[in-house]
Design a protein around this ligand. Structure first.
Ligand SMILES: *Cc1c(COP(=O)(O)O)cnc(C)c1O
Length: 398
């Protein structure tokens, strides 16, 4: 094969994917220390099983598939009406946001939606991406050949992790709130500034709300559409992955309001050509997240994770560290004072405590000097990890 046929932009991607590097380091440590149990507060995946309401709905849907009268083949590309209506009822109506079911697109994940959405943009459009943030926004645009069109919006302790407006013109702005990895929520003021900027400059906001279910304060913004004017300038991504433990099941929601005109029809066209819907059983499971028992059970799971988050926050603060996040998100953003390389800190934490986390630099240049811990772990193991940190404080200081 002639390599000239290959997309050259893949060569512009960062060398090795963050998590595979980390996995290799952990595997090597385990080989050297077979007797020690490594506790990972690293990878952002849920650990609680699906709630009973979801399991029940999926069993019932499976039985329907076994009967000729209720069997289903290809479903509607945008998702079944029952789920799109449940999303409006469960996510938008309670926040007094006016989104209708035909503005909702069901998919098998926010990662694919957020990565695929840039296909709708021209090759030369200018992109703004927060730093640090979920690496998918950057990588998908690099793959599409936009590396030189990207500017970063720093979110640092100095600006309270509220990125400033882009300097110069941009066409597309990615925002993630609550943010992965910093665990911080964008304020109503920040979001209003971005929406006003987008309206004034004809820009589009891509708002990733994957963690909105973790927001504990009802006064904080859960959906970009709570900001006046956002329906004219924003697409929103929501996912059942972190909300309801669907990381392995796969189901997500993208809202493209009618006000966005051609963009909505283009996304529909893109999905009908390249995607064939989420399976019926999964969509019934997702619908059950919004049933009466589903809401109660989902809240219980999230409360458990958030109790972990509070534990991590408190323990690190008691040790004298500066931490943020963990109040409205399952991520704790740990300032590793004195260390100028978060990968070195990763090694030290692993070697001295057998605890794994995620180096902040993996999420962007502004992530350097920080370390991400997640609240998705088992409560007892998380407590053990924190004890180990407490007992090895000296070696964790640079
Ligand atoms: C986990 C995560 C998602 C969800 O991705 P899925 O493909 O729906 O599992 C989206 N955005 C961010 C920032 C995430 O951390």
């Amino acid at each position: 094969m002639n390599e000239k046929i290959l997309n050259p932009y893949y060569g512009e991607l960062p060398e090795s994917y963050l998590f595979s590097t980390i996995a290799k380091k952990i595997a090597a440590y385990k080989e050297r220390n077979p007797g020690t149990e490594v506790i990972s507060l690293g990878i952002g995946d849920v650990t609680s099983p699906l709630i009973p309401a979801v399991i029940e709905a999926m069993h019932k849907a499976t039985d329907e598939m076994a009967q000729k009268a209720t069997f289903r083949g290809y479903g509607p590309e945008q998702g079944y009406g029952f789920l799109r209506e449940a999303v409006v009822r469960g996510e938008y109506a309670p926040r007094k946001v006016d989104i209708s079911p035909d503005e909702i697109f069901i998919s098998d994940g926010s990662k694919c939606d957020v990565a695929n959405f840039q296909e709708l943009f021209s090759a030369d459009c200018r992109i703004a991406i927060p730093d640090p943030v979920y690496p998918v926004y950057l990588d998908s645009n690099i793959m599409a050949g936009r590396k030189k069109n990207i500017i970063f919006l720093p979110a640092t302790a100095e600006n309270d992790f509220q990125p400033e407006l882009p300097e110069g013109g941009v066409d597309v702005i990615y925002l993630c709130s609550p943010n992965n990895p910093t665990g911080t929520v964008l304020s109503k003021e920040t979001l209003t500034r971005f929406v006003e900027y987008a309206l004034k400059n004809g820009a589009l906001i891509l708002f990733d709300a994957a963690y909105s279910a973790y927001i504990r304060d009802a006064a904080l913004v859960h959906s970009i559409y709570e900001i006046p004017g956002a329906k004219e300038c924003a697409v929103e991504f929501r996912s059942f992955s972190k909300t309801a433990g669907f990381t392995g099941v796969r189901c997500a929601v993208t809202a493209v309001p009618k006000e966005l005109g051609k963009l909505r029809t283009m996304w529909l066209r893109r999905q009908t050509t390249k995607f064939n819907g989420v399976n019926y059983i999964v969509q019934r499971g997702a619908e059950a997240v919004y049933s009466e028992s589903g809401i109660v059970q989902t809240k219980q799971v999230i409360d458990t994770y958030m109790a972990n988050a509070a534990r991590i926050r408190t323990a690190l603060a008691e040790c004298g560290f500066t931490v943020c996040g963990g109040q409205h998100a399952p991520y704790i953003w740990w300032k590793i004072e004195g260390w100028n390389n978060s990968f070195e800190f990763f090694d030290r934490l692993l070697e001295t405590c057998a605890v794994a986390g995620t180096p902040g630099s993996g999420f962007g240049r502004c992530g350097e000097g920080f370390f991400r811990l997640t609240a998705f772990g088992d409560p007892e193991r998380t407590k053990t990890a924190l004890e180990r940190i407490r007992n090895n404080l000296k070696s964790l200081r640079c």
